[in-house]
Design a protein around this ligand. Sequence first.
Ligand SMILES: Nc1ncnc2c1ncn2[C@@H]1O[C@H](COP(=O)(O)OP(=O)(O)O)[C@@H](O)[C@H]1O
Ligand SMILES: [Mg+2]
Length: 260
Amino acid sequence: MEDVESMVEDEIVLKVEDLYKSYNNVIVLKGISFEVRRGETKIICGPSGSGKSTLLRCINLLTKPDKGMIWLEGEELTTRSININKVRQKIGFVFQEFNLFNHLTALRNVSIGLEVVKKMKREEAYKRAMEVLRKVGLEEHAHKYPAELSGGQKQRVAIARALAMNPSIILYDEPTSALDPQLIGEVLEVMKALAREKVTSIVVTHEMGFAQSVGDEMLFMYDGKIIERGPPEEVIHNPKTEIAKKFFERIQELYGREKR
Ligand SMILES: Nc1ncnc2c1ncn2[C@@H]1O[C@H](COP(=O)(O)OP(=O)(O)O)[C@@H](O)[C@H]1O
Ligand SMILES: [Mg+2]
């Protein structure tokens, strides 16, 4: 008999099946299927316009797919009767552009969701917010406003905000692409630490060092389809398609000099 821990590890958190989405008669997702298991870090990469953000937006119910199904912890999200707000509580989302409230301190940015959505008392929410800010190395900056923080610090606040809600999965959409090169490392370090703690996540990123150090599986998207999948090392160093091969050569030219 399997022990309890390995059974939990094997549990499917998210399942996407044959997902289709079009905008103005242009098909953007063309039959996407994959699963994310508890504790897994799934990497998604691929050229701009391949449908990566649209896929994350479908999972987070920011946009409605035309066809196909999504389940989160066994609950089908693609039914008409779904409670969007309840589902969003279970999904953390980290955007490229931070999306912090500029009129609130780092602490309030993290605690507000706990108070409003999780109905925590302010004191309890502050305590939890401090705990996660400590985790991303920002305890000392808790009382600063976004304008007083660097891009890397702002993105770490956004990660803390997602984490505070104790979500079933965190979706990251190119979390380091808007950052100056010297600020990328600190954000990737936080994300790596969370991946090693087995926080379940999907990370859309072109950071190949990150992908290889903590990614369990990589999905390579092109033109609305997953055209390659496998261990990140395999997909990156031994791609089967000419499209993926060209893409990784290009990435190497653009980012290759810095080791992350
Ligand atoms: N709200 C929208 N309305 C119309 N077209 C969109 C919208 N969102 C995305 N698209 C189009 O869908 C395609 C995939 O976009 P996106 O999912 O953002 O790709 P990626 O994140 O891989 O760069 C692109 O051609 C984009 O122009
Ligand atoms: Mg995108």
